[in-house]
Design a protein around this ligand. Sequence first.
Ligand SMILES: Cc1cc2nc3c(=O)[nH]c(=O)nc-3n(C[C@H](O)[C@H](O)[C@H](O)COP(=O)(O)OP(=O)(O)OC[C@H]3O[C@@H](n4cnc5c(N)ncnc54)[C@H](O)[C@@H]3O)c2cc1C
Length: 545
Amino acid sequence: MPIEFDFIIAGAGSAGCVLADKLSASGEYSVALVETGSSDKKFWIQTPIGYGITYTDPKVNWCFTAAPDSALKNRSLYWPRGKVLGGSSSINALVYHRGQMQDYDDWALATNTSWNYKNAEKIYESFEERLEPNSVVQSNHNIPEPVNKLSVFNASADYHNLKHDFQDAFSELNLTSSSQGFFAGEGLGPYWLTTRNGKRCSSASAFLHPAASRPNLYILTETSATKINIRNKRAVGIEVTGKNKKRTLKARREVIVAAGAVNSPQLLQLSGIGGSHHLNTLGIKPIVEHPHVGQHLQDHLGINYFFKSKKPTLNNTLGSWPGRLRSGIQYIARRRGPLSLSVNQVGGLVRADPQTAHVDTQLYCNPVSYQPADTNARKLTQPDSYPGFIMGFNPCRPTSEGAITIRSNNPNDAPEIRTNYLSTGHDLNAIVGMAKLIGKIQDTQAIQNILSEAPDMDLTNLGEDQIIEDFRSRASTVYHPCGTCRMGTSIKNSVVNPELKVHGVNGLRVIDASVFPNITSANTNAPTIMVAHQGARFILSDHGS
Ligand SMILES: Cc1cc2nc3c(=O)[nH]c(=O)nc-3n(C[C@H](O)[C@H](O)[C@H](O)COP(=O)(O)OP(=O)(O)OC[C@H]3O[C@@H](n4cnc5c(N)ncnc54)[C@H](O)[C@@H]3O)c2cc1C
């Protein structure tokens, strides 16, 4: 194993796997990909329903806990993040959504560049491999692996029958909807998923594994980047620890930080790139005064409402041994059925406020229900004993900002995650209208027909204060942190420039969800993969490829 490479990438998540593939593709450059976690060749990672198990598994998950948030009655939220090849794309809920046009047009505004939707769309088209409902059956479960493509599966045909009731409810309310669903922009329907042949299609499966045998690509698992070495304001390599060994890796061309929205700012701060006052107090010598590192943390905050159903739901299937057995056989024989799917089956982007210019709400309608646990244990594998379903929402474009800050100079100490949710009037005001929208869906004939009893939380008759009080008591992260090394025009407002280079340090970029100038309206895996493709183009073009 050499110790000197052209490029070193810290973090093999949604972004890091794309970068490893693109930078090593020509064979011209040697590339080291350093990942704290281990291999993703694990049954519960590859099997979509395994989400309920990896959600709390410290072997593949950082299992962070955020600081108590006064807006949430001082609750400390559980923040899972992937710690394995594929990163969070290996443990996420598989929903694929690009967000809305406005998200990227706002990136272009913030950076004064062409990071707009028109350009983003071209990149999306370059890596999405869209699979239609019958693709699994037609191919006899064996679609050949496409090279460098992310499989995005239209799972509408496979979803639970309750999808028809949700769809009828949307139609009654004249909400934009389609039985084929949407993976961009406004519209409700069945969610598209990152699966292929009934297995998870993470960034590792789509981009890294097909590239893994290249002789110029070195994948170092169970190895953590602990510091970026910087000489004369140039990144020259990194310090790593792994398998009880400390090593220095040298970078001839660039170091690329792709450790995700929590760990990327942590690694920069540990390396002396952050607010100098804070770093000095921890005994870290500041290299460049960088006040925005770790700031501008954005996330989606959502809530679920629970309903009891006359019709059987996934609770009947996943909650009984005969149902589990049937699903297991269905999965082994045909790679179909509930084990091949996400529990987030229906939803999308919608306007709770019909007057608003852009969609403001993401909805989730899941044909399963489980009681939220006080602890980190999500009982997806133990749904309620009666047939039930969930409808929930999160505001699309919150404006509250939190921060990620290291607590010590020890790389093993988790950084502080200050969420600061609901700290703007905009975010607080958004909640009532969105909860009322769920109330309207609940009151449609389609949903009334399937309710076995009135819901505990009668959203139609709940007062505004009660809705907000309940939201503060129960809302939780939707796992989309971003913005903590955001891109912008100068060191005065951001961490990286529009080509994702860290301001004031040569040979160093950050490329992952932490560079988003603003959160996108829907799930963040797709936009992160898009950013990584664009980032790789910047790098290759700078180095003459
Ligand atoms: C439980 C959950 C559910 C989600 N559901 C969805 C969904 O349904 N749809 C969707 O679009 N998005 C979803 N997301 C969000 C989405 O997966 C993330 O936004 C996306 O994966 C972020 O990509 P990233 O490259 O920025 O970071 P990550 O994919 O998290 O990758 C960072 C990688 O860096 C590694 N790393 C960290 N520090 C170091 C270090 N010091 N040295 C070496 N390696 C390091 C980590 O172990 C990790 O592998 C979900 C996320 C979670 C956690």
